[in-house]
Design a protein around this ligand. Structure first.
Ligand SMILES: NC(=O)c1ccc[n+]([C@@H]2O[C@H](COP(=O)([O-])OP(=O)(O)OC[C@H]3O[C@@H](n4cnc5c(N)ncnc54)[C@H](O)[C@@H]3O)[C@@H](O)[C@H]2O)c1
Length: 353
């Protein structure tokens, strides 16, 4: 059990999270409470939420389809329309019950509906517990660009109960491990060694807590993404390109799956730029290559480079990456040429994944 203090709100992790959520709802007089979920969190997570917080039994429910494709303007339109039809006013509370898709989308919708209503995150996937639910980045994909439209908006609180993980499919546990590995690789060498030790019995609550401590430490130092916070994007320039390509072709690659591949490619770029030694690059690659998913075994430079040219970190048409300069340390705004990216893809494609 742990409580972290983030940007003006608490993140409560462990068995006490849902009782604390119940107390939070009871002591605030919201005009109404709306729960946003997808079909899976409606089926698997809503019952536990309502049992632990009986005051939520009468809440309005908005259900969206699960998956990245729901981070769209069309679904926002549906959410805003439903809120308006239900006469949801500015004193309402939105509860985002789900993975990173629900918290990114719900946080965004709440942050602009009637110029902003309060929201809280109740993450139910490993990825959202360990990363997406904290930090206040919200957003949707648009015009084939990942997270093109969004806001910085802080939740009132985040309630993390690892009990929700019991129904999370194994593929999504693996998916969440990508962001946990990333957090270790950019900020905590010892944590990386633990993750890389092959011990399959790591306690999910401990992993989530350490990952959130690391993320929160970074976010508190740089809330608006000016410098340090950009290091959280290690692996993501490549990952976002892969994700968008997959979304367009119906490939179904998950965010974390794309991040595993992205971290391998970007570690090679870091080695080309003499930030990582060959030994460190090899350690990262051999730790991560067993995690690569079947649909990302070969990468096409020609298909992916156009997505990367639109990355939000780019400036003056220069591609800027966040790259590790050691295991457990990361730099941001490193200019990378298309040739360096191509060489890293060539390396990746020879790994025989
Ligand atoms: N805002 C941020 O800081 C941040 C950080 C990292 C990732 N993200 C975003 O997060 C998204 C990915 O998040 P995700 O992997 O959680 O995806 P997701 O929200 O699609 O959830 C993954 C899947 O698991 C299901 N699910 C969730 N909890 C469940 C449970 N307890 N039992 C059974 N099924 C459950 C969902 O229905 C979905 O099918 C991406 O859009 C990514 O861009 C945001």
């Amino acid at each position: 059990m742990a409580t972290l203090r983030s940007l003006g709100y608490n993140v409560i992790i462990g068995k006490t999270a849902l009782p604390r959520l119940s107390a939070f709802v009871s002591r605030n007089s919201f005009s109404s409470v709306v729960i946003l979920c997808d079909e899976n969190t409606l089926q698997y997570c809503l019952p536990l939420l309502i049992t632990s917080c009986p005051e939520l039994a009468g809440a309005d429910i908005i259900e969206i389809e699960s998956g990245e494709a729901s981070k769209s303007l069309e679904i926002c339109d549906h959410i805003w329309q439903t809120l308006a039809e239900n006469n949801t006013d500015r004193n309402a509370l939105l509860i985002n019950l789900g993975g990173g898709v629900v918290s990114d989308l719900g946080g965004f919708c709440a942050s602009v509906y009637k110029r902003g209503i309060k929201f809280i995150n109740v993450p139910t996937s490993l990825l959202s517990m360990a990363d997406a639910s904290v930090g206040g980045k919200t957003g949707i994909d648009h015009h084939n660009i990942k997270n093109l439209v969004g806001t910085f908006a802080q939740p009132e609180a985040v309630f993390v109960d690892p009990a929700f993980l019991q129904t999370l499919p194994q593929r999504h546990i693996h998916n969440g491990m990508a962001e946990i590995c990333k957090m270790a690789l950019i900020a905590d060498k010892k944590f990386w060694s633990e993750l890389n030790s092959g011990n399959k019995k790591l306690d999910p609550e401990k992993l989530v807590t350490r990952s959130l401590e690391l993320k929160n430490g970074i976010v508190l130092k740089d809330p608006s993404d000016k410098a340090l916070r950009k290091t959280l994007n290690f692996g993501h320039t490549i990952a976002h390109a892969l994700e968008m390509q997959s979304l367009l072709s119906g490939g179904g690659l998950l965010h974390g799956e794309a991040v595993f591949s992205g971290m391998i490619v970007e570690s090679h770029i870091a080695w080309q730029k003499k930030l990582l030694s060959k030994t460190e690059m090899t350690e990262i690659v051999s730790g991560l290559k067993k995690e690569i998913s079947a649909s990302a075994r070969a990468l096409s430079f020609d298909n992916l480079i156009s997505f990367m040219r639109h990355d939000k970190k780019n400036q003056d048409r220069k591609m800027l990456f966040s790259l590790p300069d050691a295991i457990g340390s990361c730099l941001c705004d490193i200019p990378v040429t298309e040739l360096q990216v191509q060489k890293a893809f060539d390396f990746y494609n020879t790994l025989g994944l």
